[in-house]
Design a protein around this ligand. Structure first.
Ligand code: HEC
Length: 225
């Protein structure tokens, strides 16, 4: 059975009710001591549920969990397809392609992604963009930026790159030189190493299953592993 928020709410209410009734049996419901027992039991059951949910959330958002891929995913092709059962888009992992001409080990990939995150923090990209829903709404959401078809269709020919990652790297180093939208992104003086790390971070982030967020992103098909 799929346990969702409704099941958790119904179960906690039922447990609170049954345990309270058992422990307060023999007391009239208008007696204050009846409600004392009911309040204590309900608080204990709800607090326990919150602790369990917190542990569940921590395991569900950790790297390498079902929805959040491990760093080595940067070596794989990443697709994005509609799942009619969930009524949501979901990432699919395709074949191994490497990134920037090499296959990164688990440690190297982790290091690169961490650097990418630090670069993003150092330049305050969130002043204009949103990542996983956090940030500002001046510029496009970056959660699925890696999957934007514009890299292949528009930027690769524009900057003269032969791979998507190179196109993204060159664009990130010169966004003011290659504008594609009504608003221009300023040049944030990323070095080549910094731009590569940002590309890896954005690629990893695009493989996170975000329940189809942000909406209206086009499908990207990949050959399965
Ligand atoms: C001052 C606001 C601003 C800041 C800060 C900023 N950007 Fe942008 N960014 C933009 C705008 C505006 C665009 C659209 C520009 C275009 O398409 O020519 C954009 C576009 C992008 C795109 C293309 C998204 C897509 O799918 O179309 C990426 C990737 C990107 N930015 C990454 C970054 C990163 C990484 C940083 C931090 C290192 C950053 N941006 C900081 C304003 C900003």
């Amino acid at each position: 059975m799929n346990v969702g928020w409704l099941e958790v709410v119904v179960a906690t209410l039922l447990i609170s009710l049954v345990v309270s009734l058992v422990l307060a049996r023999g007391r009239h419901w208008l007696e204050p001591s009846f409600w004392k027992v009911a309040a204590t039991i309900t608080s204990v059951v709800m607090a326990t549920t919150l602790v369990l949910l917190t542990f569940h959330t921590l395991s569900a958002i950790g790297m390498g969990s079902k929805r959040v891929p491990s760093p080595e995913v940067i070596n794989m092709e990443i697709g994005y397809v509609y799942n009619p059962d969930r009524r949501a888009m979901e990432p699919v992992i395709g074949k191994k392609t490497g990134l920037f001409g090499k296959v990164w080990s688990a440690e190297e990939a982790q290091e690169l992604i961490t650097k990418g995150k630090l670069v993003i923090q150092s330049r305050n990209c969130m002043d204009c963009h949103t990542l996983l829903g956090n940030g500002a709404y001046y510029a496009p959401d970056l959660t699925k930026a890696w999957l934007d078809p514009k890299w292949e269709k528009q930027i690769m020919p524009m900057v003269g790159a032969s791979t998507k990652e190179d196109a993204m790297k060159i664009w990130l180093m010169n966004p003011d030189k290659y504008p594609t939208w009504v608003r221009k992104m300023p040049n944030l003086k990323l070095t080549e190493e910094e731009a590569k790390a940002v590309v890896a971070y954005l690629k990893w982030m695009s493989a996170i299953d975000t329940n189809g967020f942000p909406a209206n992103f086009p499908e990207v098909k990949v050959s399965q592993q």
